[in-house]
Design a protein around this ligand. Structure first.
Ligand SMILES: Nc1ncnc2c1ncn2[C@@H]1O[C@H](COP(=O)(O)OP(=O)(O)O)[C@@H](O)[C@H]1O
Ligand SMILES: [Mg+2]
Length: 227
């Protein structure tokens, strides 16, 4: 599903160049649940953004489903990002004047397809336990509930890949556990590939793949337990 080959990422500020990723190579099989762990500033978010084609590596290549991202046209990359990848961030990025239901529909609202997707959006909100909160605005929802709205929004396009950057970062332990339970269920049910950055090792199960980054390098990588 995902293959990362000798990826580097440098940021330049004036004459100062910082190498944030220093030759990362790894593979994440389709349907895997993978964690990216490591200290703050080690390059985890940078790697996740590259996997979702939100940014391009300085050198090296990333293959999604066998396709080298750098050799795709910008239009194809946009389409891939829009249709095949679901992003979940630490801050939920919900629009505060829209209901939970409309927030889930946001990616489709500008088109007529917003209406088409309404039943599926309601089903997803039921699925994440918010069936009775369809008309609530983000301000009327708890942090855990807001994150579940964001997850439902990411799921509406039924992405093959979900990328989550510290999705429980702003939640308490109980809400955090619920989010990971939900992600684990989705992976099992839909075969979605999930890559998530976390600080909290309690959420990692034995069968999950773990990529540990330290100072821009992959320092360890467990084997995937076949199931
Ligand atoms: N746009 C940017 N410009 C310059 N430096 C950046 C940029 N984004 C991230 N960095 C630097 O790259 C390093 C890794 O950042 P990041 O990937 O966000 O780390 P993590 O998610 O592991 O905490 C940090 O030192 C950060 O300051
Ligand atoms: Mg980060």
């Amino acid at each position: 599903m995902i293959r990362v080959e000798q990826v580097t990422k440098c940021y330049r500020h004036g004459s100062v160049e910082t190498e944030v990723l220093r030759g990362v190579s790894c593979e994440i099989p389709a349907g895997a649940f993978a964690f990216i762990v490591g200290p703050s500033g080690s390059g985890k978010s940078t790697l996740l953004h590259l996997l979702g084609a939100l940014d391009a590596p300085t050198s090296g290549e990333i293959y999604l489903a066998g396709q080298p991202l750098s050799r795709m046209s910008a239009a194809d990359r946009d389409r891939l990002r829009r249709e095949e990848v679901g992003f979940i961030f630490q801050s939920f990025n919900l629009l505060k004047n829209l209901s939970a239901l409309d927030n889930v529909l946001v990616p489709f609202l500008p088109t007529q397809r917003g209406r088409t997707h309404r039943p599926a959006a309601i089903e997803l909100l039921n699925r994440v336990g918010l069936g009775t909160r369809l008309d609530h605005r983000p301000g009327q929802l708890s942090g855990g509930e807001q994150q579940r709205v964001a997850i439902a929004r990411a799921l509406l396009k039924n992405p093959k890949l979900i990328l989550a950057d510290e999705p429980t970062g702003e939640l308490d332990t109980q809400n955090g556990s619920q989010i990971f339970e939900l992600l684990h269920e989705l992976q099992a049910e839909r075969g979605t590939t999930i890559v998530t950055v976390t600080h909290d090792h309690r959420y990692i199960r034995e069968q999950d793949r773990v990529l540990e980054i330290l100072d821009g390098r992959l320092v360890s990588q467990n084997d995937v337990v076949s199931r």
